[in-house]
Design a protein around this ligand. Structure first.
Ligand code: BDP
Length: 701
């Protein structure tokens, strides 16, 4: 199945001129390897080139005669070093140079780097450029990742179910490990390395302590060994109560000496097996997970205790700030900030605080989390969700880099204008010692890895943005399409357009104008704006939209929950006034009357209805676009996405109809012209159940 190959298809190059120029480029390749990472790079080249060029590739021992030289900088002859010295000086440890240089009276191509991993990344980049048929005569490219930790978070349970996973079961086959190394592990590592992902957390944040026992560590060690060859470090989630559950201690109090010793010994034990182990990711005192607060301690106590245990071995603690208490009736959106801001500067230097992109929970659209830019002395990791928990699972086509970039480009104003979230995350704004971006993985054991073939683009796009958070969505979509489907402009242009509008479409048909969390219980798939019966108020959609006869929306201004105060003064002021609040966030910050006048001149009610309709129309257009792309696709490629887009259209209408019928019970206004009349009653929509949803936890909101 072609889908399995992801963006590493290495199909035959069609253009004769391109083919000829590449054949010249690689007519003799000098690539001394001799180390695992370099061997992997060389193997990639050795498989890819013959596929693309239709003939075997010649590796030569003779540097002087070669047309393509791939080698670490310190190994190159002086004369060659000189030609790229400046470029290499500017690289960081994972960066690379790809350059045409004049050497021995001829033009040759050079891929070089300071380290082996830089060579691996450079090799993948070279192959990527070739897959895109880029002109490589005269190429001059130097690139380094801007973020240190580019990390996938798998929410994989030890029974191989995946929390919020929509692409089958977990890749990690614990039963057959450590002896059996599934080819999937290798292909997973190749795909990650090809976009620069350099770390992976194997297990769910709702953690099971068993993974820290020797029985599992032996298996983790085997995975770490495979991933090491691709520059990927393994992390595990650490259940805070592990000392009790697997260590026979009576407490997990972080200030208890025995507990501290237990974690130090655990770290030692892990590092004895996995010398480059990344560290722990921890969800503590969040949604029922144990944590330091169970012992009257705080997040700093907990994180620093683990940081002390890992420090001697170079490991990190990634401590999540996804906290909101059931005993706290402050606006849920405010709680993480309130709790974590006072801890700024109190964490040890190997602690990173990981914060979701928005203050609620991976909604189709949220303003950036106010902790970005506010935490100044604490390295803060961005947590994006690649798996589409609230965006139609792996059924809906949604190109997430649009969402990611909207957040990264947002200006926090915390150090004056230009203090973007991207600068916070890459560490440049406050000069943090560690920078990190995490993505909750959308990968499972489905044949095509991600369920929806276009969801591969979200894995790809996450990796690219973790490498360089300043890339544009357009560039990423283009790269992905060219390497995955075709280099034909007639295919790329419309399909790229389809990808680029897909995120706004899902916002429109699910959560327009700042609405959020109006999903049905447990699975978060279809609409459930009417839900009001869950045990915690802040799990209920009615808590978030607050629709009543007077209007709709959550007042987070100074007359309401005052969440706006958590933003820099410039933004606080802007968000406090509906007239200056960007309309995409209107109902996030304001409760407004149904006849509130939007910028378009429409009333709020009409505006909401028209957005829902627009979302549906956009999905119709996506369907038509795909139909037109048929000539460029194999029957299988065409059919699978077509079927999915048809479901998406049906469900966009479901969202529109259910939400509008429900909100209409408050607005008591007719649907404006241009909005299709629902064909079912509200009662029918309310009675729909979704028992087939994968990836849920029992008794979850
Ligand atoms: C929510 C999910 C839940 C996760 C939680 C988290 O519904 O399954 O455990 O986030 O991030 O989005 O910890």
């Amino acid at each position: 199945l072609e889908d399995y190959k992801l963006w590493l298809k290495y199909g035959r190059i069609e253009s004769k001129t391109v083919l000829q120029s590449y054949a010249d480029l690689v007519s003799q390749v000098y690539f001394p390897a001799g180390n695992e990472v370099l061997e992997n790079a060389k193997n990639e080249l050795a498989t890819a080139l013959p596929n693309m060029l239709g003939k075997p590739v010649e590796f030569s021992k003779n540097l002087a005669e070669s047309t393509l030289i791939i080698d670490r900088y310190d190994q190159l002859p002086n004369a060659l070093q000189k030609l790229i010295k400046e470029d290499v000086d500017n690289l960081n440890d994972e960066g690379y140079v790809i350059k045409t240089v004049a050497y021995n009276d001829k033009n040759i191509s050079l891929v070089s780097a300071k380290t082996n991993i830089g060579i691996l990344y450079g090799t993948f980049r070279l192959l990527n450029l070739m897959q895109m048929n880029e002109d490589l005569a005269g190429v001059s490219l130097a690139d380094s990742p801007k973020i240190d930790l580019r990390i996938l978070n798998h929410w994989d349970n030890l029974d191989r179910s995946v929390e919020r996973g929509y692409a089958g079961f977990s890749l990690w086959n614990w039963q057959k490990l450590p002896e059996y190394i599934d080819q999937r592990y290798i292909d997973y590592a190749r795909a990650n390395a090809s976009v620069g992902i350099n770390a992976t957390v194997l297990t769910n944040v709702n953690a099971n302590a068993l993974v820290l026992t020797p029985m599992y560590l032996e298996k983790v060690e085997a995975l770490a060994k495979v991933f090491r060859g691709y520059g990927i470090k393994v992390y595990l989630t650490a259940r805070f109560s592990a000392p009790i559950e697997i260590g026979n201690l009576k407490t997990a109090d972080p200030l208890n000496e025995e507990v501290q010793k237990w974690w130090s010994n655990k770290a030692k034990e892990i590092y004895a097996r996995i010398p480059d182990f990344g560290g722990f990711l921890v969800k503590a005192n969040s949604e029922g997970q144990p944590g330091p607060q169970n012992y009257g301690r705080n997040h700093v106590d907990g994180a620093n205790m683990m940081a002390t245990a890992l420090k001697p071995f170079g490991g990190n603690v990634i401590w999540r700030a996804f906290v909101y208490s059931e005993h706290d009736d402050t606006d849920r959106a405010k709680q993480a900030y309130d709790e974590f801001l006072p801890y700024d500067g109190k964490f040890k230097d190997n602690v990173v605080v990981q914060v979701k992109n928005g203050a609620i929970d991976f909604q189709p659209r949220e303003p950036f989390h106010p902790l970005f830019g506010a935490l100044k002395e604490t390295p803060i990791a961005m947590e994006f969700q690649i798996t589409q928990e609230y965006l139609g699972f792996s059924t809906h086509l949604v190109f997430l880099p649009k969402l990611f970039i909207e957040v990264l480009e947002a200006d926090t104003y915390q150090k004056g204008p230009g203090s973007t979230v991207a600068k916070v995350v890459d560490g440049s704004l406050y000069n943090n010692a560690i920078s990190a971006m995490a993505g909750v993985s959308n990968i499972g054991n489905d044949l095509n890895w991600t369920g929806h073939p276009f969801a591969q683009a979200n894995w790809y796009g996450f990796g690219r943005l973790a490498w360089n958070p300043y890339l544009s969505a357009d560039e990423i979509a283009e790269e992905w399409l060219r390497t995955t489907y075709s280099n034909d402009k007639k295919f790329i242009e419309p399909i790229k357009e389809m990808m680029l509008t897909s995120r706004e479409a899902v916002v429109n048909y699910m959560n327009p104008l700042g609405l959020h969390h109006i999903f049905d219980t447990g699975h978060h798939y279809g609409p459930g704006p009417w839900v009001d019966n869950l045990s915690r108020p802040d799990w209920n959609p009615v808590y978030y939209h607050k629709a009543d006869e007077n209007g709709i929306g959550f007042d987070r201004t100074d007359t309401g929950s005052n969440a706006t105060e958590q933003y820099a003064p410039f933004l606080e002021k802007k968000f406090n006034d509906p007239a200056t609040t960007p309309e995409m966030f209107l109902l996030w910050f304001h409760h407004l009357p149904w006849d509130y006048k939007l910028k378009s001149g429409n009333s709020l009610w009409d505006g909401i209805a028209l957005k829902y309709q627009k979302g549906v129309d956009q999905v119709s257009t996506m369907n038509a676009t795909w139909e037109n792309a048929k000539p460029f696709l194999t029957a299988h490629e065409y059919e699978e996405v077509k079927m999915l887009l048809q479901i998406q259209l049906k469900e966009a209408k479901w969202w529109r109809n259910a939400c509008l019928l429900y909100f209409q019970t408050f607005s008591k206004r007719p649907l404006p012209k241009g909005v299709e009349q629902p064909n079912k009653s509200l009662e029918e929509y309310r009675s729909l159940k979704f028992p087939f949803a994968p990836g849920i936890r029992p008794q979850w909101n």
